[in-house]
Design a protein around this ligand. Structure first.
Ligand SMILES: Nc1ncnc2c1ncn2[C@@H]1O[C@H](COP(=O)(O)OP(=O)(O)OP(=O)(O)O)[C@@H](O)[C@H]1O
Length: 267
């Protein structure tokens, strides 16, 4: 099921945060949403998830996002927000099983298929070993993995994840991105925001660069993430290499070295 946005516009506290954003995420692809702090990535994701007032159109498959009831939306789209502190004093196993709620009848308990889906989600996020632990007592990265497992367990055609890799160690960042790729190959449409350019370049099928609430570029990571674009959108110089046919990007300085304040100048 395709997720698409047409001419999305969001004003917050009298400021325009998104101005005319067009976006599509097709089934089978992982699209990386990139951009500097404040570019509007979280706002865009919240608007797509129906959590921020906007003008313009959001479509999930044939459905108009504005017309969806919350229960319908929860069966079409999982949304993993950026803030990832677990407030529910339940076991990790139960926290992940909450992802199945949209699929259960009122008061119904998870059945064997629900439990299988939860087990697989816990395995891909490597939280099986934490199953019996109170979710509130986990480290930041562990809580982030539990919430990602919960979103994966929701098993929706569309998954939106706001910086799911932030705070994860490198191995878990890689397994998280690999898991998103596997889920996409099963026909899901996945939109993921990231700050790590190499992670985006290696694991996303396409990247969308947002700058000041406008799409600055949209395409194959190898085409989009070049030196001029990195300088103009992020204000950085990066060492760009190729590995396994994919770009590896290491930020090495600011495009405008005069912005360095008392840090020894450009290196
Ligand atoms: N509730 C709000 N009220 C007013 N302004 C807001 C609100 N939420 C976000 N903004 C502003 O909207 C702009 C976009 O914020 P947003 O959180 O979407 O950026 P982002 O690209 O996700 O940034 P980051 O990489 O830091 O997470 C920022 O300038 C921010 O200050």
């Amino acid at each position: 099921m395709e997720l698409s946005a047409l001419a999305l516009h969001v004003d917050l506290a009298g400021r325009t945060v998104l101005r005319g954003v067009d976006l599509s995420v097709r089934p089978g692809e992982v699209v990386g949403l990139l951009g500097p702090n404040g570019a509007g990535k979280s706002t865009l994701m919240r608007a797509l998830a129906g959590q921020t007032a906007h003008t313009g159109t959001v479509r999930i498959g044939e459905r108009d996002g504005a017309a969806l009831l919350p229960a319908e939306r929860a069966r079409l789209m999982a949304y993993l927000p950026q803030t990832r502190v677990i407030g529910w004093p339940v076991s990790v196993e139960k926290a992940v099983a909450l992802g199945r709620l949209p699929w259960l009848g009122f008061g119904a308990k998870p059945g064997p298929r629900d439990l299988d889906i939860c087990r697989e989600a816990m395995a891909v996020m490597d939280v099986e070993g934490l199953a019996a632990r109170p979710a509130t007592e986990l480290s930041g990265g562990e809580q982030a993995r539990v919430l990602a497992a919960r979103a994966i367990a929701q098993d929706t055609p569309v998954l939106i994840a706001d910086e799911p890799a932030s705070g994860l160690d490198p191995a878990h960042q890689i397994s998280m991105m690999a898991a998103l790729g596997t889920i996409a190959r099963r026909g899901r449409a996945i939109l993921v925001s990231l700050h790590d350019l190499t992670l985006a370049a290696r694991w996303c099928d396409r990247v969308v660069l947002l700058r000041d609430g406008v799409v600055a570029a949209d395409g194959d990571p190898a085409d989009v993430l070049d030196a001029p674009m990195l300088a103009s959108v992020f204000g950085i110089r990066a060492h760009i290499a190729q590995l396994d046919g994919r770009p590896v990007l290491a930020p090495v300085g600011l495009a405008d070295a005069s912005r360095l304040v008392d840090a020894g100048g450009a290196r």
